[in-house]
Design a protein around this ligand. Structure first.
Ligand SMILES: Nc1nc2c(c(=O)[nH]1)N[C@H]1C(S)=C(S)[C@@H](COP(=O)(O)O)O[C@H]1N2
Ligand SMILES: [Mo]
Length: 212
């Protein structure tokens, strides 16, 4: 027990030395669960994923169809605004940029923003630029296993820091919506659930943009 406390501190100091610990954050070995409201149940027969708004053609996929889309794996450090950081987390799922590159999603030239739409009307907004980066994924798997119900099963947005790509903009982890059901593409920004509640719109982890 005491050993693991010292180990945590040691690991944290090392990550700080490596420049991987953003200001005001501390390392956790756990994976805390944070959200507003209840955990929704998943029915593969009725679940769908929608893409709409400023796209040339709206899309709608069943769970089976969604799982035929090309898959990507990334390793990221994730940083929660409540001050925990978790390092070297592995996510597998669907990259929005890949869908755009392969013509599965055809954006309008004026598209600038994306609103993740989740169960119970929860939303999280990001600039299109960030959604198309390597560090944003529509994730079905965490560390090789399907995401657990608490963490967003069957699908969630994830955003984090990729060590080898330090120039990618990295917002706090709340900008990934759990129980994700669709992406709404927009010309004008629209604040998400936590952003309307006073959290920072850009939410850059290095600039410590926690609240407005
Ligand atoms: N659908 C939904 N997604 C959500 C939230 C929420 O309330 N509802 N909260 C966000 C917040 S504030 C955080 S910190 C992360 C937490 O993810 P975790 O529970 O997997 O750690 O989920 C984000 N995604
Ligand atoms: Mo959060």
């Amino acid at each position: 027990m005491l050993n693991s406390v010292f180990k945590r501190k040691e690991d944290e100091d090392q990550l700080r030395d490596e420049g991987r610990l953003p200001p005001g954050q501390s390392l956790t070995q756990k994976f805390p669960v944070l959200h507003y409201g209840p955990v929704p149940s998943f029915n593969p027969a009725t679940w769908d994923f929608r893409v709409w708004g400023e796209v040339q053609e709206d899309k709608q996929w069943t769970w089976d169809e969604f799982n035929q889309l090309p898959r990507t794996k990334i390793v990221m450090d994730i940083h929660c605004v409540t001050r925990w950081s978790k390092f070297d987390t592995e996510w597998e799922g669907i990259s929005v940029r890949t869908l755009v590159e392969q013509g599965v999603i055809a954006l309008n030239p004026r598209t600038k923003h994306v609103l993740q739409n989740a169960e119970y009307g929860f939303t999280a907004n990001l600039p299109l630029e960030i959604v198309l980066q390597d560090n944003f994924l529509l994730a079905t798997h965490f560390n090789g296993e399907p995401i657990t119900p608490d963490h967003g099963y069957p699908l969630r947005g994830v955003i984090g820091h990729i060590v080898d790509q330090p120039d990618l903009k990295t917002p706090y982890f709340w900008k990934g919506a759990k129980w994700l059901r669709g992406l709404q593409f927009l010309t004008e920004d629209q604040l998400g659930f936590w952003e309307q509640a006073g959290y920072h719109n850009e939410a850059d982890i290095w600039l410590e943009q926690r609240f407005k």
